[in-house]
Ligand binder design. Structure first.
Ligand SMILES: Nc1ncnc2c1ncn2[C@@H]1O[C@H](COP(=O)(O)OP(=O)(O)O)[C@@H](O)[C@H]1O
Ligand SMILES: C=C(OP(=O)(O)O)C(=O)O
Length: 558
């Protein structure tokens, strides 16, 4: 069909009634996308996405290391209070309804979805990225992202597993994300408490984003889908964890809420990276869900974290960082736009990555990463099968500044399974599966405090130096730490090592390292123990008395 009305501004003119691609047909049929007016850019290359971001998106630039940097606008962290799950008869009785998963009616879903599509139809160009979630072909889901911003397209191109060219032909998605984040939700629609809406529909297998351009919503949305689909449909356990593998094939998984060190600690020159954030534990081993990493960049340096620093190059997407206007060098100390500065890069940008990102071995070490702002928890403790259940269910840690909207300083929280914002089912469902797997595969478990220790954050303490946390991990992996002498850490019922290679002995026990004297220590330790006990009340009916007894106990003498 010949084009008409060609001008120098619109050299391709108007082509009416042309044939459409499979993707165009699908978007037109399923979502009413106006395929004759909107240019649907399918599977764009990295340079093409750079060009579009630079031309059309204010705040974009190429940094001196070659990364694309983008600005996400007012929202620079997740918006948990605006997350909704659409009620449907099949998933209704499975979902853990409450503060994390708030219901949205199918009617409101349709209104929001229509609003997102109407917005996408006003654009001159929209992007389609197809990719897989899950490296294990038995369980992977096919994801399509339809979005208005080139930066979002490049982000998901990095974060999903990139299909081979032949796999992109006739790609029929299982789940589709419509990201219209530059356009607000209507605040007067029933159930909307702000102009942001992040909604997942398990029945329709779709996700709709309005009113937030923070790219992390997309990857964490798919994560919630897997927190639902994997246990419910396949009896596979979904984990908010990173994972790596030693030279002998031994696997370590690191659980932890955002900012606790999953990405940093799993990038280890002596071990191959399996993934930095989202995994599943199957009957044969573990697999990564993603094709990329999403690292926190605040304070990043080539000396402390060379692998991550060097991964920030052509093809990577930096988010909300500040750069020098002349040199385009990024200042990773600058938190003017947010504390939650980020970079998303394809996983193969980390030198010693394991491709495919999965292992046929079951984890031999489970690390529960907590970032304790109170300074009470020891840098490392060895857990029994009961203490690991207790701490996994409790999920005591801090929310780090910036990751969620409104959190401006480390804030103590109990985040069940160290990933409460992403859980679809009740935490006990995951906890039971984990306990069974630990028992079956005899995994060792450790609690590592990457946060403050020996003094609280509020009273001016410091986070445990990264080099010591790395030394602790080295000693776990070499087997040395399992063989040293242990002592009981009072109140908390934890076994702490008396020594650890390359770590000063005095920091291993926060009680003896405490800077403000024993009375102050006791007061704060008791306060924290009480918080644990209070939080655990809601889970105690679902666990054995041994698990309850594994938690903090306050001696009557105190
Ligand atoms: N002892 C420590 N262990 C791990 N990370 C630390 C430590 N001290 C400070 N950090 C910093 O904390 C942040 C951890 O972020 P990241 O690894 O991206 O967390 P996650 O992947 O769990 O969201 C990084 O900025 C890292 O430099
Ligand atoms: C991206 C997030 O976390 P993480 O650092 O665990 O990837 C998040 O919590 O939004």
């Amino acid at each position: 069909m010949a084009a008409v009305n060609r001008t120098s501004l619109h050299p391709y003119g108007v082509v009416s009634g042309r044939e459409h691609t499979e993707i165009e047909e699908e978007l037109h049929d399923k979502a009413n996308i106006d395929y004759d007016r909107v240019a649907i850019i399918q599977h764009p290359s990295v340079p093409a996405l750079y060009e579009d971001a630079l031309v059309y998106e204010t705040g974009s630039a190429i940094t001196s290391s070659g990364a694309l940097t983008a600005y996400s606008g007012a929202k620079t962290g997740r918006s948990p209070s605006d997350k909704r799950i659409v009620e449907d008869p099949e998933s209704k009785d499975e979902i853990w309804w409450g503060p994390v998963n708030k219901p949205m009616s199918p009617e409101v879903w349709r209104i929001n979805r229509e609003r997102a599509i109407d917005y996408l139809n006003t654009r001159n160009r929209i992007y389609v990225i197809d990719g897989f979630a899950g490296w294990d072909e038995r369980y992977r889901i096919k994801v399509r992202v339809v979005c208005a911003r080139a930066y979002h397209a490049l982000f998901m191109r990095n974060m999903l597993i990139r299909p081979k060219p032949e796999e992109l032909e006739h790609f029929v998605p299982d789940y589709t994300i419509y990201n219209a984040g530059s356009f607000p939700a209507n605040r007067y629609t029933t159930g909307m408490t702000s102009s942001t809406s992040v909604a997942i529909n398990f029945a329709e297998k779709e996700m709709v984003i309005l009113g937030t351009e923070y790219a992390g919503e997309m990857k964490k949305g798919i994560f919630t889908v897997l927190f639902y689909e994997m246990p419910v449909k396949h009896n596979v356990l979904t984990l908010h964890s990173s994972a790596n593998e030693g030279k002998n094939g031994d696997v370590t998984v690191f659980f932890g809420l955002s900012g606790t060190g999953k990405t940093t600690l799993s990038a280890d020159p002596n071990r191959s990276l399996i993934g930095d954030d989202e995994h599943c534990w199957t009957d044969t081993g573990v697999f990564n869900i993603e094709g990329g990493c999403y690292a926190k960049c605040v304070g990043l340096s080539a000396e402390k974290e060379p692998d991550i620093y060097n991964a920030i190059r052509f093809g990577s997407v930096l988010e909300n960082v500040v750069f020098n206007p002349e040199t385009r060098e990024v200042d990773y100390e600058d938190t003017t736009l947010t504390e939650n500065t980020r970079c998303a890069y394809p996983i193969e940008y980390i030198p010693n990555v394991k491709i495919p990102c999965m292992s046929d071995n079951h984890p031999s070490n489970l690390i529960l990463l907590t970032c304790d702002a109170s300074g009470i928890l020891p840098p490392v403790s060895k857990l029994t099968s009961e203490t690991v259940s207790y701490h996994f269910i409790s999920g005591y840690t801090s929310k780090m500044a910036g990751t969620e909207q409104g959190v401006t300083e480390p804030t103590a929280t109990f985040s069940a399974c160290f990933g409460q914002p992403f859980l679809a089912l009740h935490p006990m469902r995951y906890a039971k599966m984990l306990a069974e797997k630990i028992k079956e595969h005899n995994a060792n478990a450790w609690l590592i405090n990457t946060g403050w220790t020996g003094q609280s954050q509020k009273s001016g303490g410091k986070r445990c130096p990264l080099k010591y946390t790395r030394a602790i991990l080295d000693a776990i992996h070499s087997g040395e730490l399992a063989n040293v002498e242990y002592e009981n850490y009072p109140i908390f019922n934890l076994a702490i090592p008396k020594s650890c290679p390359n770590v000063p002995e005095q920091i291993l026990n926060p009680k003896t390292a405490w800077k403000e004297g024993e009375a102050a220590y006791n007061q704060q330790a008791i306060a924290l123990a009480q918080k644990f006990q209070e939080n655990f009340k809601k889970y105690q009916d679902g666990v054995t008395k041994e698990v309850i007894a594994a938690g903090p106990q306050i001696p009557v003498s105190l």
